[in-house]
Design a protein around this ligand. Structure first.
Ligand code: ACO
Length: 429
């Protein structure tokens, strides 16, 4: 008997099939050989939410959810968070290797060179209503970027692809800062490429003509590290959308607008916003047991807890918890941190969470940091999007170069009516 194979016997026909196993995976199309007769379509696998379906192979990010391990291109997230910078990590994700000094300087220069946005885009952003959610503005504005840079459609041209990557990474912080300034009615503050990526973001949001303005280096470093932690996470919901849209050969701005939309939801990147709202609602430590009871009764979800892949402590949450302590030393203690720490302590001792292997995820503490730094709650998913952007782009590039990839088009199990004749309006009940 061959070693790396799977033998399946169809009890309807008594026919036995043998499929090869590669990387612990069978090719789903092999299942189509299993038929009761030649007109039969063949077997499919049913997998809502793609819980056990690999839609691609990837060399970018390794996640072992059982052990709580996360690595970008083989480098442990803990080492990158401690020693690297966000732009260096972006380079690593996109090109596969850490840059040498010269390549890093060139990369940083190119990205920062593209921080200005088209004036039409800035004007377009002025047309959003005063109370528009910044994430809605971000999604709409990224989509509109494709209209101003039609060369982005040239996705089979590596030179053009390279340019779109600089462009998107360069312009995103500007768009993000403008959503914030638009929201609070302040004039836009244009980029300063002499600053680092995250310093420039804080500067564009924050600067108000102070004579001796300086971005606090501890806060800029904290934000930079948060972005590193968010930079990629394999085939999560938004990255899968980036790949799905990219598979139709849409331009990367359109694909990224879709990815950002997927990130917006409270079960994904919107969770950091939802955590803050939850902690505010809990209000004080004494209310935690009552809140946990409602979660266990199925009335609420504990936001920032649980993960499709991590069935152990999310390694990013551990690093973020440390950053929270550092940031709060600068900004002053946020009472929500005490609620979060106690909530985590109680939940991790409770059988409901233990038995379901629910641990804090990346979003549990990130919102507390963002709030302490002065970001409004509805900017949190925007910050997540900025952090995730290099991952989206790296995955998009990998998709375009992958000869196995075809347009994304899942199957369905049709359970509706079979053919029936049209009934005129008069004859319907
Ligand atoms: N609070 C309470 N119970 C939970 C939670 C939670 N946060 N998450 C999962 N559960 C329970 C479910 O009710 C279910 O219990 P049951 O078996 O008794 O029905 C069990 O744990 C398994 O949950 P699923 O929903 O099947 O897990 P799934 O993998 O589909 O969902 C998800 C993962 C969406 C992240 C979920 O844990 C959740 O909703 N968490 C809260 C939102 C959140 O923090 N999202 C951010 C994720 S990280 C990121 O996107 C960056």
């Amino acid at each position: 008997m061959k070693e790396n194979t799977l033998t399946i016997t169809d009890n309807r026909t008594n026919i036995t099939y043998e499929f090869s196993i590669e990387n612990n995976t069978i090719n789903a199309l092999d299942l189509r050989q299993i038929k009761v007769d030649k007109d039969d379509f063949g077997i499919m696998s049913y997998d809502p939410g793609y819980t056990n379906t690999a839609a691609c192979s990837s060399k970018i990010t390794f996640v072992d959810g059982d052990k709580g391990v996360l690595m970008y291109r083989g480098y442990p997230i803990e080492q990158l968070a401690e020693h690297s910078t966000f732009l260096e990590v972006a380079y690593l994700l996109i090109y596969g290797e850490l840059p040498n000094k010269e390549s890093l300087e060139h990369w940083e220069e190119r990205v920062m060179h593209h921080t200005y946005i088209h004036e039409n885009l800035a004007k377009l952003m002025q047309t959003f209503r005063y109370d528009a959610h910044p994430m809605g503005m971000l999604i709409g504005t990224i989509a509109a970027m494709s209209t101003l840079h039609p060369d982005a459609k040239d996705i089979h041209n590596p030179v053009s692809r390279q340019k779109q990557i600089w462009r998107l990474l360069g312009k995103l912080p500007t768009v993000a800062a403008f959503t914030y300034r638009r929201r609070i009615g302040r004039p836009y503050n244009y980029p300063d490429s002499s600053l680092s990526y995250t310093e420039n973001l804080i500067y564009m949001m924050d600067y108000m003509n102070q004579g001796n303005y300086q971005v606090n280096p501890i806060l800029a470093k904290a934000l930079d590290t948060l972005f590193i932690l968010h930079a990629d996470h394999g085939q999560n919901c938004s990255t899968s959308v980036m790949r799905n849209i990219g598979s139709s050969y849409a331009d990367p701005c359109s694909a990224m607008a879709g990815a950002a939309a997927a990130l917006y939801g409270p079960l994904h990147g919107g969770a950091n916003e939802a955590v803050l709202r939850m902690l505010t609602e809990i209000d004080k430590v004494d209310n935690i047991p009552g809140y946990i009871k409602q979660v266990k009764d199925g009335k609420l979800r504990l936001m920032g807890f649980g993960h499709r892949v991590y069935k152990n402590y999310d390694p990013r949450a551990r690093i973020i918890k440390d950053i929270a302590e550092k940031v709060l030393e600068v900004t002053g203690r946020n009472p929500l941190l005490d609620i979060a720490l106690e909530l985590e302590r109680i939940a991790l001792e409770d059988d409901y969470f233990i038995s379901r292997r629910l641990y804090p995820n990346v979003d549990f503490y990130s919102g507390i940091i963002y709030q302490a730094m002065g970001f409004p709650v509805d900017m949190f998913p925007v910050l997540f999007a900025l952090g995730r952007a290099p991952g989206w782009l790296a995955q998009w590039l990998e998709l375009i170069d992958d000869t196995d990839q075809r347009i994304a088009r899942p199957r369905q199990v049709y359970t509706g009516q079979m053919k029936r004749n049209y009934v005129s309006l008069e004859q319907r009940n």
